[in-house]
Design a protein around this ligand. Structure first.
Ligand code: IPM
Ligand code: MG
Length: 372
């Protein structure tokens, strides 16, 4: 298969984790004889530094005309603490989401038996956790009208939704639920917000078309608590933009590390794949960041192209690395932490061998010291 992929390494640890993802794509392409052209472009603080804009028109066009976009991370502390700044790295991502009409952000929360020790939650709470968040990504308070009074003492952000914006992602979430454990939880604040009441109405109407899907309605404050107290009770969570942003970071705690969580953003045009984590500026250039979330986002990209075998092989590579303690410090627990690049190199080896890698602990240790 031939594809053109735009790579946006971004800021902080973005370029380091992206380097591992690129190795993975190259290995999979060789193994399966695909031809994916990878072209890098700037977005975020690196783009502001180079061009004055968080994303340029050229980069937006490049993304629009490619078959998928892969993003590392964006954000730089030098832009965080000055409320007067007009240009910020995050604007690049928001503009890209809007331009590509990426209304649906899919964030699977996966747990790994072997990583139970690194989750701050009690082990018994982690049994059977398998949930996916469908976060609306191009509407709500993120994109509503923003105002600031002349004297700078009053500001507002408008939250609006149309039933069309709600139903298009709701259908995706219902489809996902009917192919999974057939449970959908709408997270909202319908006791206070008019937009949330519209979400409920639209979801109630659609639910009639999915009689086999059990629908739950939960206020976001309660949902924040339940995601920690009973994560296994969720299957598909459907929610609006801001609540989804918050609930997904919270849900990442279950897994034990934000460095494990992948995401796909899909809409009517080119899809985008990115790890949930941020740019982790403190770790920039230290080769310690966890590349697995980005590598798993690559697996989601192959799945999007309906290349399921490739996606599965990548996931097997990540599982194999975890089982053999080929992991970075965030999930290493008592094991010796490996650098980001070594985790990437060894997963790449696994993919080059198409999973036929027979390495016992000793030889893995030896390979960690020698082959790279
Ligand atoms: C995310 C991030 C973004 C968001 C930021 C970087 C704008 O937190 O993808 O979850 O708030 O959507
Ligand atoms: Mg977020």
């Amino acid at each position: 298969m031939k594809k053109n992929i735009t790579i946006l390494p971004g800021d902080g640890i973005g370029p380091e984790v992206m380097d591992q993802a690129i190795k993975v794509i190259e290995a999979v392409n060789t193994a399966f004889d695909h031809d994916f052209k990878l072209e890098k472009a700037l977005m975020g603080a690196v783009s502001i530094d180079a061009t004055g804009e968080a994303i340029t028109k050229e980069t937006l066009e490049k993304c629009e005309t490619s078959d998928a976009v892969l993003l590392g991370a964006i954000g730089d502390p030098k832009y965080d603490n000055n409320p007067e700044l007009k240009v910020r790295p995050e604007q690049g991502l928001l503009k890209l989401r809007k331009t590509l009409e990426l209304f649906s952000n899919i964030r699977p929360i996966t747990t790994y038996d072997i990583l139970k020790g690194v989750s701050p939650l009690k082990n018994q709470l982690l049994e059977n956790v398998d949930l996916v968040i469908y976060r609306e990504l191009t509407g709500g308070i993120y994109f509503g009208e923003k105002t600031k009074s002349e004297d700078g003492t009053r500001a507002s952000d408008l939250c609006t939704y149309t039933s069309h914006e709600i139903s298009r992602i709701a259908y995706q979430a219902f489809e996902a639920a009917s192919n999974r454990r057939k449970k959908l939880t709408l997270v909202d604040k319908a006791n206070v917000l008019e937009t949330s009441r519209l979400w409920r109405k639209v979801v109630q109407d659609i639910s009639e078309e999915y009689p086999d899907v059990e629908v739950d309605y939960m206020f976001v404050d309660n949902a924040a608590m339940q995601v920690m107290l009973a994560p296994s009770s969720f299957d598909v969570i459907l929610t609006e933009n801001m609540f989804g942003d918050i609930i997904s970071d919270l849900a990442s705690v279950i897994t034990g590390s934000l460095g494990m969580l992948a995401s796909a953003s899909v809409g009517n045009k080119t899809a985008l794949f990115e790890p949930i984590h941020g740019s982790y500026p403190q770790a920039k250039g230290l080769d310690i960041a966890n590349p697995m979330a980005t590598i798993l986002s690559v697996a989601m990209m192959y799945e999007h192209f309906k290349l399921f075998e490739e996606a599965e092989l990548i996931r097997n590579g990540v599982n194999w690395a975890i089982e053999n303690n080929i992991v970075t410090q965030d999930i290493a627990g008592d094991a010796e932490a490996q650098p980001c690049s070594k985790v990437g190199d060894l997963i790449t080896c696994f993919l080059e061998e198409q999973g036929n890698i027979e390495m016992k602990n000793d030889s893995i240790n030896m390979s960690l010291n020698t082959i790279i």
